[in-house]
Design a protein around this ligand. Sequence first.
Ligand SMILES: Cc1cc2nc3c(=O)[nH]c(=O)nc-3n(C[C@H](O)[C@H](O)[C@H](O)COP(=O)(O)OP(=O)(O)OC[C@H]3O[C@@H](n4cnc5c(N)ncnc54)[C@H](O)[C@@H]3O)c2cc1C
Length: 123
Amino acid sequence: MRYLGSDKGQLTGIECVRMELGEPDASGRRRPIEISGSEFVVKCDLAIVAIGSGANPLLTRSTPDPPLNKRGYVMTNPETGKTGKKGVWAGGDIVTGAATVILAMGAGRKAADSIHEYLTWGR
Ligand SMILES: Cc1cc2nc3c(=O)[nH]c(=O)nc-3n(C[C@H](O)[C@H](O)[C@H](O)COP(=O)(O)OP(=O)(O)OC[C@H]3O[C@@H](n4cnc5c(N)ncnc54)[C@H](O)[C@@H]3O)c2cc1C
């Protein structure tokens, strides 16, 4: 929930809250929700943030024209890598969210084919 600090700006603890799985959403996934009133404090003087990974949002924030999906990643045609913006292709983590090198390489190869076709035939 928040970091706690001393008057001198030194970390003294982290306030956390317990979570539980909520009801399944439309996709059947149960998302974690807070248990109201379950806050507790972990005393510490050092915090290393390691809470998962995702694609760097800098690009999608600074170049918002290609349509994004509900997770904030670029939507593409999976066969070509074409985005909703003419002349722009995307692939890899910025499309799938954090995934693997092999998936990013595969998307790159498909996009390269599609870019070649676009430059050769204009389609
Ligand atoms: C800690 C960690 C361990 C991992 N281990 C594995 C593993 O063992 N095996 C595996 O398959 N995958 C692993 N992955 C996942 C893998 O690294 C990614 O899926 C893969 O690198 C995605 O490739 P990408 O080309 O989509 O993105 P990236 O490799 O992230 O490349 C994007 C590039 O774009 C650049 N960029 C961003 N914004 C701009 C901008 N505005 N202008 C110009 N350049 C920009 C970035 O600097 C970066 O070089 C791991 C990931 C992490 C974080």
